[in-house]
Ligand binder design. Structure first.
Ligand code: N1C
Length: 248
């Protein structure tokens, strides 16, 4: 392996920036539905896109801070009802579907969540372009990459401003449905307010047996994090996808 390889755009182990990143952000911003619950002050999508870009362009892709996203968040903050929130871990699609049928909301229903959903982005010092070849991977390169810090900041805000009953959809086909290292585990659960009730659903994949349960050790760990914060906890396990979505 040559020196140019390690100093080049190819050196990270994660997916490169999404092609047409700017165009996608602009388009999603322009078409984000302006519903009552997603009210955000008259938004200037040009400005929002620019704030997003300047958060990470020309910067070391391993040195992201919450501060970097401050201006973007100030510009694009939107609110969704605090008592209708759905969290998830390893169950993105299912949680989205559940939220939709129940009239609840996930982070992807907020303006900022919808802008970044499914995208990847990072820059390169000394360049005004996105690195479309590779971006840092959380495990293999660095934890303080721009993608991770973005979702951490948003997730923290989403969880700490939740009220009433918060739902969390977990994958019951995994050995550990609750993972302390996930964003749900390290950011959201520890930031729920004391008055909140967390309702966990352990849903297993069709064709796969449930492997974890409400009495398993991973959920016990979740329980202990929550009880320290005086968050009430309700758990239901052994649900198939269809049972969970309410069609039998
Ligand atoms: O690490 P996770 O799940 O536990 O994060 C999920 C958790 C949810 O409750 C969301 O509120 O954190 C929030 N969240 C997103 O909304 C989101 N959309 C897309 C966190 N991450 C999100 N992504 C991307 O998926 C992001 O790149 C992150 O690293 C993964 C996390 O997926 P996971 O491990 O299944």
């Amino acid at each position: 392996i040559h020196k140019w390889y390690h100093s080049g755009l190819n050196r990270w182990h994660g997916l490169g920036s999404t092609a047409d990143f700017q165009k996608i952000i602009q388009e999603r911003c322009d078409t984000y539905p302006q519903q009552i619950w997603s009210y955000s002050r008259s938004r200037n999508c040009q400005e929002i896109k620019q704030a997003f870009m300047s958060a990470f362009i020309s910067k070391d892709p391993c040195k992201a801070t919450k501060e970097d996203y401050r201006r973007l968040i100030d510009l694009a903050d939107s609110t969704v009802p605090c008592n209708k929130r759905v969290l998830w871990s390893k169950t993105k699609e299912l949680a989205g579907e559940y939220a939709k049928v129940r009239g609840l909301v996930t982070l992807e229903d907020t303006l900022l969540g919808s802008l970044a959903d499914g995208l990847s982005w990072c820059g390169e010092p000394g360049s005004s372009d996105l690195n479309t070849w590779s971006c840092p991977d959380w495990k293999k390169d660095c934890r303080t990459n721009y993608l991770t810090v973005f979702w951490e900041v948003l997730s923290e805000r989403f969880a700490e401003s939740a009220c009433g009953t918060v739902q969390v959809v977990l994958d019951g086909s995994l050995e550990n449905a609750f993972n302390e290292m996930s964003i749900f585990g390290r950011v959201e659960a520890p930031n729920l307010k004391p008055v909140v009730t967390l309702q966990a659903w352990l849903v297993h994949d069709p064709g796969k047996p449930p492997r974890d349960s409400c009495s398993g050790s991973s959920i016990m760990k979740l329980k202990s994090i929550l009880s320290e914060r005086n968050v009430r906890f309700i758990c239901r396990d052994n649900l198939s996808r269809d049972e969970f979505l309410g069609r039998f």
